[in-house]
Design a protein around this ligand. Structure first.
Ligand code: PHE
Length: 358
């Protein structure tokens, strides 16, 4: 009967091993040691052959019972371990879908882009097209074709960023070569787009050209070395100063309010004749005079004038048949006037606390 004792001892040993096992691997190793093909139980079963025939059924039954018990012991422990591991994984990987999410910060158009679009809307509404031209420009388009004499002070390196001085063959215009000028520069004004447009389109022309311009100014509260202008050009039959005035009055009121008044002051630009600067009545004091308008009651907002016949001729347009007007406005200046910005540099720094206000 010592075989039954051995079997029962094996069962006790199995219980102990199962309760001690802390990993699936450890449990599996113990199972193989007891129940595997070369395991202890197999060894005991083999000894059955040595028993007396009358003992065999009893011991055999007991042996089978113990084997079943030990197997189910291992199986249920293994199952429990797998379940626990699964639960631990589920707990660790759980996502609480009821938690509030992190919203991505969605930006919006920069104030300058908003104002440019608004200006485009005003002019598209009265039939203008929107044109563009290169920011790196030749001196022909930035100055010469615009009737600026070769000794005009704005051409000096103090007022213009030059990229290439007198680069041979860098300008396609033969007139430019004839004058020995072929400088490449960062455009100082959008007025060169007038020339590009008149070279490529037949009148009638009604266009605006918003864009970046560059001047060697040190950035301060009222200057930026890089800023935006919106140019305008009309060329058609019978265009008069009255058309200029009606158009720009409409523009100023659309941008600043119907109650605003305008004032046209004589001025000089090489490419327009006559030329003027246009002021809008101060929105703070309504013309009474205050610190915002430096006690004049007016704020300068546009340069404009009738296109000089020389400019039309430079572009192959007959000034006897066609006339036109042009204008230009600074976008940053419009922004500053509208929102009373004390420092233009805030438009360039990308500080979200400032930009998010608009
Ligand atoms: N280009 C001029 C400037 O930068 C503005 C302007 C444009 C004036 C068109 C008249 C006509 O000052």
């Amino acid at each position: 009967m010592s075989l039954i004792d051995d079997l029962e001892q094996l069962e006790a040993q199995a219980r102990e091993l199962v309760s001690e096992a802390s990993t699936e691997e450890g449990l599996e190793a113990a199972r193989v040691a007891l129940l595997g093909r070369k395991g202890e139980l197999t060894g005991l079963m083999r000894m059955m052959g040595k028993l007396a025939p009358e003992e065999r059924p009893l011991v055999g039954r007991r042996a089978n019972e113990i084997r079943a018990a030990v197997e189910s012991l291992f199986n249920s422990r293994m199952e429990a371990m797998r379940r626990e591991a699964q639960e631990r994984r589920l707990a660790a990987e759980a996502i609480d879908i009821t938690l509030p999410g992190t919203r991505p910060a969605i930006g919006h158009q920069h104030l300058i882009s908003q104002i440019i679009e608004e200006i485009e809307d005003v002019f598209c509404g009265i039939g203008y097209t929107v044109e563009s031209g290169p920011q790196v420009e030749s001196s022909y388009y930035n100055f010469t074709a615009l009737n600026a004499p070769t000794d005009h002070p704005s051409r000096s390196a103090r007022d213009t960023f030059y990229v290439v001085d007198n680069a041979p063959g860098s300008v396609s215009h033969p007139e430019e070569h004839a004058h020995g000028e072929s400088d490449i520069l960062l455009r100082t004004q959008t007025s060169g787009v007038q020339i590009h447009t008149m070279e490529t389109q037949e009148p009638p022309i009604y266009m605006i050209a918003p864009g970046r311009v560059f001047r060697p100014d040190t950035a301060d509260a009222s200057h930026l070395p890089q800023f935006n202008q919106v140019e305008g050009l009309v060329v058609d039959r019978g265009i008069t100063f009255g058309d200029l005035k009606g158009t720009l009055d409409h523009f100023v009121r659309a941008m600043f309010g119907e109650d605003r008044r305008t004032r046209y002051r004589p001025h000089f630009f090489p490419f327009t004749e006559p030329s003027c600067e246009i002021d809008v009545s101060c929105g703070v004091c309504h013309g009474e005079g205050c610190s915002f308008c430096k006690h004049s009651g007016w704020i300068e907002i546009l340069g404009a004038g009738m296109v000089d016949p020389n400019v039309l001729m430079n572009c192959g347009i007959d000034p006897e048949e066609f006339s036109g007007f042009a204008f230009g406005a600074g976008v940053e200046r419009i922004a500053a006037l509208r929102y009373d910005l004390p420092d233009l540099r805030t438009l360039m720094t990308g500080d979200m606390r400032f930009l998010a206000q608009f």
